[in-house]
Write a protein that binds this ligand. Structure first.
Ligand SMILES: CCCC(=O)SCCNC(=O)CCNC(=O)[C@H](O)C(C)(C)COP(=O)(O)OP(=O)(O)OC[C@H]1O[C@@H](n2cnc3c(N)ncnc32)[C@H](O)[C@@H]1OP(=O)(O)O
Ligand SMILES: Nc1ncnc2c1ncn2[C@@H]1O[C@H](COP(=O)(O)OP(=O)(O)OP(=O)(O)O)[C@@H](O)[C@H]1O
Ligand SMILES: O=C(O)CCC(=O)C(=O)O
Ligand SMILES: [Fe+2]
Ligand SMILES: [Mg+2]
Length: 332
């Protein structure tokens, strides 16, 4: 450590609003000492305050209140409802049903749909990924060349009693065959009030300091949704933070941050829209022989069926979905 005068003393307040079922919670505040030049997770620019940079450094997430307007959210909701009513056909879109109703009779409205993935060809929803106020924050983590790699609108359904509406604790990097991890960030925006009862995000602050862990299907009695892998083992005593958010609030988080979401115990469909961004300067990795081999294989099998081709690679499935949203498409 250098001289005290070179250090910065910061009080980082956690966003912790513990639910009754929280196992442990972070203490009210952490005191940390940093040299600004030692911050590795974000770039120095005019947008993030030093406190915000240090908070992301320590916690692996940053919550910005009121970032997306109510009008924009209402437009995303309307676009979602048009898709549910099958008024539009969107190339490449994946419409997912909760596993507990996957084999039941089709109900033609939003009540049957738990998630949309890959809406990059739906202009109104994709507008979310290009919102200037989101990209300004994203650039702090990715740098100026930005690819939107993965898009989702999550419509977490009321739990049917099987607890399948939960999303197991995981690291998003498990799904991504590109690196470096520090130049990838997720933006996740609440489309309505999200809280413990309707299954808000749950994060393990600081878990992004670790490495990518082994993921598998959890052993849940009521079933698990396709590709909802969970971290095989994580420290049950690690503090948890429940991110309660208002409509339009947006959390940016690191792809190694361990997170998930609880069961939806309300009768409403909890909605959120999200995009994973990566620096266009990232590079693809070969996942053979790594912990990601299992998800790579599963994605290739689904893609081969979806596109009716047999030699699609894990890398291809990402390269065709990625869209440049700022700067130059240098590599990805
Ligand atoms: C950072 C990223 C984090 C994540 O992305 S986490 C979650 C990622 N999950 C995914 O990417 C899953 C994407 N979903 C899909 O690809 C499709 O929805 C899926 C599961 C292939 C189903 O495709 P559909 O076109 O709806 O086909 P279908 O209705 O004819 O069903 C085909 C078979 O799949 C089953 N299925 C449908 N939804 C499911 C679900 N939620 N969980 C588990 N199984 C499910 C369905 O029962 C059917 O099975 P079978 O072939 O009849 O035995
Ligand atoms: N606008 C849409 N575009 C694409 N898929 C949609 C749309 N609306 C709903 N879906 C989804 O289509 C999927 C399949 O629905 P459904 O089970 O009725 O037809 P199917 O799978 O073709 O029929 P079957 O399983 O009996 O062969 C469901 O996951 C449903 O959520
Ligand atoms: O909205 C949620 O419940 C979390 C979804 C999530 O983490 C994911 O799909 O990777
Ligand atoms: Fe996730
Ligand atoms: Mg079907």
């Amino acid at each position: 450590m250098s001289r005290a005068a070179d250090r910065l003393k910061v009080v980082v307040n956690h966003l912790d609003r513990p639910c009754s079922f929280v196992q442990a919670s972070t203490s009210g505040e952490n005191v940390a000492y940093y040299q600004p030049q030692a911050l590795r997770y974000s770039f120095d620019n005019d947008l993030l305050s030093t406190e915000q940079r240090i908070s992301y450094e320590e916690d692996g997430f940053l919550l910005i209140k009121g970032l997306v307007s109510g009008e924009d959210i209402d437009r995303f909701r309307a676009a979602f409802e048009r898709i549910c009513r099958r008024e539009v056909q969107v190339p490449g879109l994946v419409v997912m049903r909760d596993v507990s109703i996957a084999k039941s009779e089709f109900v033609p409205d939003q009540k049957a749909i738990s998630k949309l993935q890959d809406f990059q060809e739906e202009p109104e929803l994709f507008r979310y990924c290009s919102l200037p106020q989101i990209l300004n924050y994203v650039e702090c983590f990715t740098g100026p060349n930005i690819m939107a790699m993965h898009t989702m609108l999550i419509n977490k359904p009321p739990d049917t009693g099987n607890k399948t509406s939960r999303h197991p604790m995981h690291q998003d990097l498990h799904y991504f065959p590109f690196r470096p991890a520090d130049r990838i960030v997720c933006s996740w925006t609440a489309m309505e009030k999200v809280h413990c009862q309707n299954g808000c995000l749950v994060v393990l602050p600081g878990s992004h300091h670790g490495t990518l862990k082994e993921h598998d299907y959890p052993e849940w009695e009521g079933g698990v949704n396709k590709m909802y892998h969970g971290v095989r083992d994580h420290d049950p005593n690690h503090p948890r933070v429940h991110l309660e958010m208002e409509k339009g609030d947006t959390v940016f988080f690191h792809p190694l941050l361990i997170h998930g979401s609880g069961m939806n115990q309300t009768q409403g469909f909890r909605k959120a829209i999200s995009c994973h961004y990566a620096s266009a300067d990232c590079y693809y990795i070969d996942v053979r022989g790594t912990t990601q081999e299992n998800i790579g294989q599963e994605v290739k099998e689904i893609a081969a069926r979806k596109y009716a081709v047999d030699d699609v690679t894990f890398e291809d499935t990402w390269a065709v979905r990625g869209r440049l949203v700022q700067g130059d498409r240098t590599n990805l």
